[in-house]
Design a protein around this ligand. Structure first.
Ligand code: AMP
Length: 563
């Protein structure tokens, strides 16, 4: 075997542009799509690499992008790693100070900025230490960028010829860097190699994940700055699936127009986006008939959400699990063979977080580090390892996250004897009441199943007797059937029979919205801070008013026992 054949992004680019040169990247423009073939994307990537070389970028240099999902971003996805440099996709929703922190940490030399985002990027500019030039894509107010050298993407490409000679690369060299979204602390850099990206892309198109082929058109709604858009831009050049890029049109209306006009067959998004489509579709006629499957990840998708898409649109959304540190995909929850699709049993499987995919190994451990059984019952911290799981953070040792080659994910959950795993909480979010664990994710998922609830986030708050009790922070529909003052009792009653009595929250807060992170997840750090500052107006149900919300006494049975 030619075991030394390098697995590089250059090989992905070559395959996609030659074998699937006619597949397309379609960038939505509001009322129609801008269509470009993969062959043209490859030629533009060559031009961009030539331009960056002329600007002094050499192997190992970091080049940032501050862009929407669009064709030019895709060109940078290939140009930068294939020339041997490292692509750093910047989160356009970060506050200026955090953006500057990340750019400085990665030492980006050049940043490609979408014209519409110039003012946002300019806000961070005074704090940037390493950036020598900005390349503006499309029109944009360059004066906002002050004294820094400003170049225009279109001009740079026009000045170059295609046919850049891609260098031979070591498959283990750095190709991309992403920073974690920082929900639980400072963002940390995760570096992806050519090899890890290649193997992850190969796995992504397998039937146990998307099963994508050149008959697919994948609406890549997950941002290209969030874990490389789940690897879809790379997988598509291997499978030949066309890419549908929403550009700045991120609201449910335009997404639905895009799907209908361009007949997307697959769509990938976080649950809040799926929820947005559902809410939009409640009052508008929408046509999702071209979609053969949706995928959801990044946070738990509630059963009610999966069921609503199934019932209203016949659309099966398959959940996947992963994190920035895992490239991200480690598994998707396709039901086992023999399950009739569209049934309750189908849903029972689809509410799982995923089924472990080939190439990734998983185990769950208790707090003492002892491995727990794959019985679907034992709850422990999920640990993973494999060729696309990071072994360290960039310039940040974080030894508590890595041991014996395993990544401690900080996610708590179960795994069964067929490799289906269920995340019940983040380690930091889990609520420990009277020595027993309460899953905030389970409570949230059940609460949004109530017709009057739009969003629900549950956090633990200190309790003298039980050490911690759950506080449910809920957003109600504007036309909710009952007044907020009565809602706590209604929702506590709604939970009865679905969770143990002692798991039902007696503390409730009704909010206008749940704070979210830059990638659309509930920001429990902010909720906890608001609670500590006394900013949440809380209702407390007396123990018996909700059919006894008093927790049963439970011995302090140690860390991660059954919930
Ligand atoms: P990020 O690195 O921003 O992608 O966040 C990764 C984290 O998102 C994971 O560690 C999980 O806590 C959470 N997550 C991702 N997918 C799921 C899922 N399907 N269900 C529950 N949590 C998820």
């Amino acid at each position: 075997m030619q075991d030394d054949f390098p697995l590089t992004i250059t090989a992905i680019l070559e395959h996609g542009s030659k074998v699937y040169g006619r597949s397309e990247c379609v960038t939505w423009q509001g009322s129609g799509g801008r269509h470009t073939s993969y062959a043209t994307v490859a030629r533009n990537a060559e031009r961009l690499a030539a331009a960056l070389t002329r600007l002094g970028i050499v192997a190992g240099d970091r080049v940032g992008t501050f862009c929407w999902n669009n064709q030019e971003h895709l060109e940078a996805y290939y140009a930068v790693p294939c020339m041997g440099a490292v692509l750093h996709t910047l989160n356009i929703r970060l506050p200026a100070a955090q953006l500057a922190q990340i750019v400085n940490h990665a030492e980006d030399r050049i940043v490609l900025v979408d014209g519409t985002l110039v003012p946002l990027f300019a806000a961070a500019l005074p704090e940037l230490k390493s950036v020598e030039a900005v390349i503006v894509i499309g029109a944009g107010e360059a004066p906002a960028l002050g004294d820094i050298r400003v170049l225009r993407y279109d001009d740079l490409l026009a000045a170059e010829e295609p046919g850049f000679a891609w260098p031979e690369l070591d498959e283990r060299s750095a190709a991309l860097i992403c920073y974690t979204s920082g929900t639980t602390g400072d963002p940390k850099g995760v570096v992806y190699s050519h090899r890890s990206t290649f193997l992850h892309a190969l796995s992504g198109q397998s039937a146990s994940l998307t099963g994508a082929t050149d008959a697919d058109r994948i609406l890549t709604f997950v941002p290209m700055f969030h874990v490389n858009a789940w690897g879809i831009p790379f997988g598509s050049f291997l499978s030949g699936a066309s890419l549908h890029m929403p550009g700045p049109f991120m609201a449910p209306g335009p997404i639905c127009d895009f799907i209908t006009a361009e007949r997307s067959t697959l769509a990938a998004a976080v649950p809040t986006i799926w929820q947005g489509i559902l809410t939009y579709g409640a009052t508008k006629e929408i046509d999702l008939s071209s979609l053969r499957m949706g995928t959801s990840g990044g946070a738990a998708a509630p059963r009610s959400l999966l069921a609503a898409f199934q019932d209203r649109y016949g659309l099966r959304i398959i959940q996947g699990w992963g994190m920035t540190e895992t490239s991200p995909v480690a598994g998707m929850a396709h039901p086992p063979v023999g399950v009739e699709l569209g049934t309750e049993e189908d849903l029972d499987w689809r509410v799982k977080s995923g089924r472990l995919t080939g190439g990734v190994q998983m185990r769950i451990t208790d707090e003492a580090g002892t491995e727990l059984p794959w019985d679907g019952v034992a709850v422990g911290e999920i640990e993973v390892r494999g060729p696309w799981i990071t072994g360290s953070y960039y310039l940040d040792p974080a030894p508590e996250k890595f041991h014996d080659g395993w990544l401690r994910t900080g996610d708590i959950g179960t795994i069964d004897d067929r490799g289906y795993f269920q995340i019940t909480d983040r380690a930091k979010d889990v609520i420990k009441s009277g020595g027993e664990w309460i899953s905030s994710v389970e409570l949230e998922n059940l609460l949004v199943g109530h017709p009057d609830v739009v969003e629900a986030a549950v956090i633990g708050i200190p309790d003298e007797k039980w050490s911690e009790r759950p506080l449910a922070c809920v957003v109600l529909r504007e036309d909710a059937s009952v007044q907020p003052s009565e809602m706590a009792a209604v929702l506590a009653e709604f939970l009865s029979g679905q969770v143990a009595r002692w798991q039902r929250p007696e503390n409730w807060a009704f909010l206008s919205d749940v704070p979210k992170t830059t990638v659309g997840k509930y920001d429990k750090k902010v909720l906890r801070a608001r609670f500590r500052a006394g900013e949440l107006s809380m209702q407390r149900l007396e123990p018996n008013s909700a059919g006894d919300a008093e927790p049963d006494p439970a011995p302090d049975s140690g860390p991660i026992s059954g919930t």
